[in-house]
Design a protein around this ligand. Structure first.
Ligand code: PEP
Length: 261
């Protein structure tokens, strides 16, 4: 069984004080361990908050700490960058790689993503690799082609011993921060294609272990329907992760079984 992951991308937001309040409130209101419903929560704050948020999460075994980026070199003259070893040193378990904002504003390519994924895997940092199409690409009927190219570009040739060391987030660019969401069926259909391609790249056993998330205006009102899809194993959440109540509701999404009780 794939343990669902609810990941928070705080982007370039929150002061140290705001972050502390948010984590403390979240820990009070979220109860991710319900009977037979194990869930992983990964908080991805900006770099200046990593150590502090990590210390607030200490001892919380179902919580992980994620960076929003990672550089592939180990150390040296790379001003402004953080290596996967440094992120591990800050307590990180995960790193977002290839977010569409980094691809758009910082010109990250699939090759960059490949090197980042490789460095993360080598240093025991779970990559949360983001893929997604623009509105123009979607309207041209190219969604699957685009996301498959991104997936192959970042993953083909990587060595992966187990699927739980990798997370993929399908995030249509037109849905990020816009209040527009893909339909659960639409997201499922694209994510199922990504899983199929993971099978081609790494074999069926590993493909079935990889957690595939949906991201793009996930909120308390749409999380249940998204999570009811068989291939959607969680969500990468931006705006709605900045409020403890809304992210807690997302973490505590309801399944058909829990609604029936
Ligand atoms: C994101 O930044 O990864 C994201 C999905 O943002 P939002 O939830 O605000 O659309």
């Amino acid at each position: 069984m794939r343990v669902p992951i609810l990941a928070a991308n705080w982007k370039m937001n929150l002061s140290r004080r705001e972050a502390k309040n948010l984590v403390e409130d979240l820990l009070k209101v979220a109860q991710p361990f319900q009977q037979n419903q194990q869930r992983e929560v990964v908080l991805c704050p900006s770099a200046h908050l990593l150590v502090e948020v990590g210390s607030l999460l200490e001892g919380k075994s179902n919580y992980g700490l994620g960076a929003q980026n990672v550089y592939w070199k180990e150390s040296g003259a790379f001003t402004g960058e953080l290596s996967s070893t440094m992120l591990r040193d800050c307590g990180c378990s995960h790193a977002i790689i290839g977010h569409s904002e980094r691809r758009a504003y910082f010109h990250e390519t699939d090759k960059d993503c490949y090197q980042k994924v490789e460095a993360a895997l080598q240093n025991n940092l779970v990559p949360i690799l983001c893929v997604g199409e623009s509105l123009e690409q979607r309207e041209a009927g190219k969604t699957k082609e685009i996301v498959l190219n991104q997936l192959q570009g970042a993953l083909k040739g990587q060595s992966l011993s187990s699927g739980d060391k990798l997370v993929i987030a399908y995030e249509p660019i037109w849905a990020i921060g816009t209040g527009k969401t893909d339909t659960p069926e639409g997201a499922e259909s694209t994510i199922a294609v990504l899983r199929q391609e993971l099978g081609n790249l790494f074999g069926e056993r590993i493909a079935q272990q990889v957690r595939l998330l949906y991201g793009g205006s996930v909120n308390p009102g749409n999380i249940d329907a998204l999570m009811a899809q068989p291939n959607i194993d969680g969500a990468l959440v931006g705006g709605a992760s900045l409020k403890a109540e809304s992210f807690a509701r997302i973490v505590n999404y309801q399944t058909q079984a829990s609604l029936a009780n």
